[in-house]
Write a protein that binds this ligand. Structure first.
Ligand SMILES: [Zn+2]
Length: 209
């Protein structure tokens, strides 16, 4: 699912969590603010929009800068609210209504309906089909996914990666519900390598003492 050329890592396991993780892999010195390119890249990587539509959106900053900036502002507010909501969920704390407001704001402006969609692996699932028109519908599926996670309640399976250098949320759908890393390849293995190096250093120090 993840495009190898994309700098977006979709390790969250749920759409709203992947969105809260944006920009998921900020390069050193890169700010946490959401860029238009990153937003469009995300919409395409998660198949909310087709490649053609993504290319159209890319040019929107030239053709209709106001519309692009409005949507980006709304997206950023949604992302920041989701981070607060998920932080509360990971700590099994009450989700304050002011952080739910930006989610409701998008649910309110995006009309749509549920539709049964056949999948190749798991039979049928419900998919939210937003009515096209305006740009806010682009965020509808994300807001909907966030609402589902909040409604699931607590104890929540939303987790924060155990790597202190990582800031990604993920959804723990493991059988034991004890997953610690956003992804084994990103943080789990890194942790194992670091623990191995620590043990080796300790042994070396013990040997030279
Ligand atoms: Zn991580």
């Amino acid at each position: 699912m993840t495009n190898p050329n994309s700098s977006i890592s979709l390790v969250g396991g749920r759409l709203a969590i992947d969105f809260a993780n944006l920009p998921s892999l900020p390069a050193a010195g890169e700010s946490e603010s959401l860029s238009w390119e990153k937003l469009v890249e995300f919409l395409h990587a998660t198949r909310i929009v087709s490649l053609d539509r993504a290319e159209e959106l890319w040019k929107l900053t030239d053709s209709d800068p106001q519309a692009a900036s409005d949507l980006l502002g709304r997206a950023e507010r949604l992302r920041d609210a989701l981070r607060f909501v998920f932080k509360a969920l990971t700590a099994n704390e009450r989700v304050p209504s002011e952080w739910v407001a930006p989610i409701n704001e998008i649910l309110r402006v995006t009309e749509g309906h549920d539709e049964l969609v056949e999948t190749t692996s798991r039979g049928w699932r419900m998919e939210y089909i937003a009515r096209e028109g305006g740009l806010d519908w682009l965020l509808a599926a994300i807001a909907r996914s966030a609402a589902d996670l909040i409604v699931e309640g607590q104890p929540s399976e939303v987790r924060f990666c155990a790597n202190p250098a990582c800031s990604l949320f993920f959804y723990d759908n493991s059988r034991t519900h004890r997953r610690r890393w956003c992804s084994m390849s990103l943080c789990g293995n890194r942790h194992k390598v670091a623990a191995f190096a620590r043990r080796r250093n300790l042994k070396r120090r013990a040997a030279s003492a």
